[in-house]
Design a protein around this ligand. Structure first.
Ligand code: 6PG
Length: 472
């Protein structure tokens, strides 16, 4: 290389760190990575495309010395204390103007604190969501940076080079102040949880309602991925049904335990939504269902105690597949609607200035929740950048109306047959409440005033009222 200093440094050469760095190198940047584990350093260098400039070192100070000033470096280490530990070791080595990016799944409040701690020291700290897993990191992730705009300007060319592209547009944009990057990624993951829950419910509905085997499930999801439901999660679901187990003669999906794990970002989304407050019940339900999946022993006991309803699902397979397709389409739109409404609220509340039109553009490619629907949302925000809820867009309303009857049919039949579809039910109930000008919550106001003198407002006279309620 022309000069002996490197363009970009990476701290932590796990799967994501290594692949992001190799992606940068493939785009012509000279890169250097640090990991205490020497094996990871050699693995990085061995995986480099011939002709690219990639180095791995086992000393943090060496890496920092070998970076072009102002330095641009990223850490990809587990969220929490490890990020603070890395910052503590970095600080004595850095100079004013250096840019440090946290590309992991940190909680946005930690990011906010770190931005504020490092700002007086002249260090630009940026929280940045990166989505797309191993493959995305290597060939084009969706990148959600936030924080210091000047710092973003310094790394923008690199991020644009490595990001996924949709119609030539890179899936990266400045997404707001302070902890906005990690906030957007957190909500991305909340939506990811919701859609995964809905797909798993669709799987149950197709198995129970149409008796589909794994080959048929593969075909259904493959077909769905060629239409309105086209998305990364539907695409990988189709693949999953065909994977053979290498230990038995079964399909792998049939021997995987039904207890689902989680690292916490879905829970954070729900917790923060409650704090704001904003209603994201499909995400809440997805988090709760993962928790319920862990109650294995109790569920096995309950299975013998409670009999399933006699009412088996009786629908011709073709009709059922179409109805479940429509219900999944409906509830997927609702999942995005809730997540985006949460981002809008949080952006105002925390003064993050998150540009929603940019968020949906960045999510169009590279990330786990990428789907053809993001194009529809992009158009909605092009018409109205300050859309309160995407359900209020006329085109989206038309799409929702076109699938609502089948959604109701699926929910009703699944309820009668005792198939748990909490995600679908939650999406439908949110929708029915959202499209209702008058909810039954007047009664809740009356009850609050009855037992606690909490007061209420009337529909006909302005002001606040209290009544001495009579016992009858
Ligand atoms: C991504 C993913 C990624 C990770 C999730 C998994 O966008 O690439 O969201 O960040 O796979 O955090 O989360 P759970 O372990 O909580 O399911």
């Amino acid at each position: 290389m022309a000069n002996s200093l490197y363009d970009f440094g990476m701290i932590g050469l796990g799967v994501m760190g290594r692949n992001l760095l190799l992606n940068m190198a493939d785009h012509g940047f000279s890169v250097i990575g640090f990991d205490k584990d020497a094996a990871k350093n050699s693995a990085l260098e061995a995986a480099a495309t011939p002709g690219t400039t990639v180095k791995g070192v086992a000393e943090l100070a060496t890496m920092v010395q070998l970076l072009e000033r102002p330095r641009k470096l990223m850490m990809l280490v587990p969220a929490g204390q490890p990020v603070d530990d890395v910052i503590a070791s970095l600080l004595p080595l850095l100079e004013q103007g250096d840019v440090v990016i946290d590309g992991g799944n940190s909680h946005y409040t930690d990011t906010l604190r770190r931005v504020q701690e490092l700002r007086p020291k002249g260090i630009h700290f940026m929280g940045m969501g990166v989505s797309g897993g191993e493959q995305g990191a290597r060939t084009g992730p969706s990148i959600m940076p936030g924080g210091d705009l000047d710092a973003y300007a310094k790394v923008k060319p690199m991020l644009e080079a490595i990001a996924a592209k949709v119609k030539g547009v890179p899936c990266v944009a400045y997404l707001g102040k302070e902890g906005a990057g990690h906030y957007v990624k957190m909500v991305h993951n909340g939506i990811e949880y919701a859609i995964m829950q809905l797909i798993s419910e669709s799987y149950a509905l197709l198995q129970k309602g149409a008796g589909l085997n794994n080959d048929q499930l593969h075909e259904v999801f493959k077909n769905w991925n060629q239409g309105a439901l086209q998305s990364f999660l539907v695409e990988i679901t189709a693949d999953i049904f065909l994977q053979n187990d290498d230990k038995t003669d079964k399909r792998l999906v049939d021997v995987i335990s039904d207890k689902a794990g989680s690292k916490g970002t879905g829970k954070w989304t729900s917790q923060d939504a409650m704090e704001l407050p904003v209603a994201v019940p499909v995400i809440d339900t997805a988090v709760a269902m993962r928790t319920l999946s862990g109650y294995k022993e109790q569920r096995l006991q309950a299975e013998t105690l409670y009999k399933a309803p006699e009412n088996a699902l009786h629908v011709p397979a073709d009709m059922w597949i179409k109805q479940v397709h429509d219900a999944l389409y409906f509830a997927t739109i609702l999942s995005y609607a809730q997540g985006l409404a949460m981002l809008r609220e949080a952006s105002n509340d925390l003064k993050m200035e998150i540009p929603l039109p940019e968020v949906v553009k960045v999510w169009r490619g590279g990330c786990i929740i990428r789907s053809t629907l993001l194009e529809v949302f992009t158009q909605a925000y092009q018409k109205n950048a300050d859309l309160g809820n995407i359900l209020l867009d006329e085109n989206i309303a038309y799409l929702v109306e076109s699938v609502i009857a089948n959604t109701r049919s699926v929910v009703a039949q699944a309820a009668a047959a005792g198939v748990p579809i909490a995600g679908f039910m939650s999406a439908l109930s949110y929708f029915d409440a959202f499209r209702t000008g008058r909810m039954p919550t007047n009664l809740i106001q009356a009850q609050r005033d009855y037992f606690g003198a909490h007061t209420y407002q009337r529909i006909d006279i302005p002001g606040t009222f209290h009544t001495e309620w009579q016992q009858h």
